[in-house]
Design a binder for this molecule. Structure first.
Ligand SMILES: [Zn+2]
Length: 502
């Protein structure tokens, strides 16, 4: 029988989520970075990955198949490489792309992945890469899809959970067709291919579109892996767009080029003056000592530091999801580079409604509005939508007045504390407050997130005040009284000579 595979969403923010994957008897939490390790050569002892909290490793079944295939089948992959956690194997599609080697069929490599006991195995794919040829993109997508269908048909009872590779590159319709085809074939876990060149070329806008296309063609409850995604600049963004697992060889590739990772990107060691990091590696050495190390040791140490940076970044994303502040993290990180900043702005312009869908309606922290983009944040977009539905259903009784209180500093306003007239010539009063980002809202929503929980130094302008008065009047109020500050109500009352109710 196939082993059980479950994905449970525990907490959400934007399209991002903290989830738990159960594969057989093993479990791991997402978002999760799965470091790529060489199946034969050991740069870093695998025990260190486990000690650092990496529950899942990714390795290449193609290299293993060619170099230690027999031994791997006899021992099983976990014993062979000495790691008990979850092992995900790549099919080798990338190698086929690099070296033009296609010595095996999809069924052969799948059988091998199954025999060595991979927990998660990506079926053989043909990576689209960054291709501007639509014909090529379609061909690679179709080839990957038909190999995936063949695999899952031939090994329906495998103990390995098959992961379906999404291809199609920058062609959104192909990416969506790929994700739908894989879902129809019965895959429960999909992996988005071909982002590497986009990331390396800092082409973040097409990267965002590619992820959005893949994600929007999949069920929300299905996890998605993003291939080759170990660049700290894009990690929070990818998480916010609904990527759950990420493999990366970047920690080692950068280390081999003497590049030191920071949360904003990488820096060549020889251009640095300090080691601005508190990880065990950086705590136990100095930049000078690190530079003087023999190459092999230096690479290992920088790689370990890089892993610490990525690990901390994944934790930061998870913490932000629980805090309801993933947006803030994504924006702060995006601002580190003009290309990621413009990708973020495009996301704000085109995809906020999509991002807002699973966003929680209640958050425990105030909502920061610091930039123009923040005024479009999904929480505010949702609040505006709900409010407009509520306001359009309101029909004030005849002679009712609306009191628009502009001060946000005044104590919570109730009819009693405001001493606003209840009845008489002007009829009763209904109190509104104003949020510069949302507009006028009924005062009883004050304790409903995010109406009074918006942290901003933007005050309601005269123009927005005029627009609010106009809006309230259009709703059918007999009069709209603007009360400025907490004393404003009394002044407004005197001026209108409204009789007191008692
Ligand atoms: Zn460090």
């Amino acid at each position: 029988l196939p082993r059980p595979f479950f994905f449970e969403v525990k907490e959400t923010d934007l399209m991002g989520r903290v989830g738990q994957v159960t594969v057989g008897k093993k479990r791991f939490e997402t978002p999760c970075l799965t470091p790529v390790v060489h199946p034969v050569w050991r740069d870093i002892p695998l025990s260190q990955f486990k000690a650092m909290g990496f529950d899942v490793l990714m390795t290449n079944s193609y290299i293993l198949y060619k170099r230690q295939g027999k031994e791997a089948i006899e021992k099983g992959i976990h014993d062979l490489i000495g790691f008990e956690g979850v092992i995900m194997t790549d099919s080798g599609g990338y190698q086929v792309l690099e070296y033009g080697d296609a010595e095996f069929t999809p069924e052969e490599i799948a059988e091998f992945q199954s025999k060595i006991g991979s927990d998660l195995a990506v079926t053989l794919d043909r990576p689209t890469g960054y291709s501007i040829s639509r014909a090529h993109a379609r061909e690679t997508m179709r080839a990957s899809l038909s190999a995936a269908e063949a695999t899952i048909r031939k090994f329906p009872d495998s103990e390995t959970t098959w992961v379906g590779p999404i291809q199609g590159g920058v062609f959104g319709d192909l990416v969506r067709a790929s994700a739908r085809g894989l879902t129809r074939a019965g895959f429960q876990f999909l992996a988005l291919g071909s982002p590497v060149e986009l990331m390396e070329g800092y082409m973040f806008s097409p990267l965002v579109e590619m992820i959005v296309n893949a994600r929007s063609a999949m069920a929300y409850a299905m996890p998605m892996h993003l291939f080759g995604a170990g660049h700290p600049l894009t990690l929070p963004l990818s998480v916010a767009l609904g990527c759950d697992t990420f493999d990366s060889a970047s920690y080692m590739l950068y280390a081999k080029k003497d590049r030191y990772m920071t949360e904003r990107g990488t820096v060549p060691l020889d251009r640095m003056t300090y080691l601005p990091c508190g990880c065990p590696v950086c705590n136990s050495t100095s930049l000078e000592a690190l530079r003087a190390e023999p190459r092999e040791d230096r690479v290992r140490k920088v790689a370990l530091h890089n892993l610490h940076v990525l690990r901390a970044d994944v934790l930061r994303c998870k913490e932000a999801i629980y805090e309801g502040r993933l947006w803030d993290l994504v924006e702060e990180r995006a601002m580190a580079h003009p290309r990621s900043a413009s990708a973020f702005r495009a996301l704000v312009r085109d995809r906020v409604d999509w991002l807002a869908k699973p966003t929680r309606l209640l958050k425990l922290r105030g909502l920061m509005v610091r930039s123009e983009e923040d005024t479009s944040r999904p929480e505010l977009a949702l609040a505006r939508k709900h409010l407009s539905r509520l306001m359009s259903a309101r029909r004030p009784a005849a002679k009712t007045i609306a009191v628009l209180v502009t001060s946000s500093a005044a104590p919570p306003l109730t009819r009693r504390s405001a001493k606003v007239p209840r009845a008489g010539a002007l009829g009763k009063a209904e109190i509104y407050r104003i949020n510069p980002q949302i507009g006028p809202y009924p005062a009883e929503l004050e304790f409903v997130f995010p109406f009074a929980q918006t942290i901003s130094d933007r005050q309601a302008t005269e123009a927005s005040l005029t627009a609010s008065v106009k809006k309230l009047r259009a709703m059918g109020y007999a009069k709209v009284v603007v009360a400025r500050g907490s004393r404003g109500i009394a002044r407004a009352r005197t001026r209108k000579r409204a009789p007191r109710s008692r």
